[in-house]
Design a protein around this ligand. Structure first.
Ligand code: DQA
Length: 139
């Protein structure tokens, strides 16, 4: 089973960025963690990170007919991007949404997610472990 993991803007700044919220481990550690989890679960995984909404739309469109599942942390685009929602709807690939922090208990503007409207499951507040749970959903 082939899974595409997409991380959105500023997640490449993990470790530097607001460590009290997002933790002290860097983005390379997150990518290694995801690869290790996928390997344990016998899933084939591709990783993509972008700070650009259109690039995320492009990679979702390119996933059509190639990937069996998408794990996405859309980061700030969670709360703003109808384009990412529409791309996920267009390709119809089962999607699990992940957030490192618990967006339900943070600022009001983080409590609405467009991607949740299409996601089979949303996992929040578990840090890196959320990505493992998302991969387990597909496994
Ligand atoms: C985030 C939560 C978002 O509100 C925020 O904009 C992010 C990261 C998370 O993983 O907790 O960049 O998606």
């Amino acid at each position: 089973m082939k899974i595409l993991v997409i991380n959105g803007p500023n997640l490449n700044m993990l470790g530097i960025r607001e460590p009290d919220i997002y933790g002290k481990q860097d983005f390379a550690s997150l990518e290694k963690y995801i690869r290790d989890c996928a390997s344990e679960l016998s899933l084939s995984v591709s990783l993509f990170q972008s700070n650009h909404e259109g690039e995320i739309v492009d990679v979702i469109q390119s996933a059509y007919g190639v990937y069996d599942g998408i794990v996405i942390n859309p980061a700030a685009y969670t709360h703003t991007s109808v384009a990412i929602l529409d791309a996920l709807k267009a390709v119809g690939i089962p999607t699990v949404e992940v957030h490192l922090s618990d967006i339900s208990t943070r600022e009001a503007f983080r409590q609405h997610s467009y991607v949740s409207l299409v996601a089979k499951k949303t996992i929040c507040g578990l840090g890196f472990e959320g990505y493992r749970k998302a991969l387990e959903f597909f496994a």
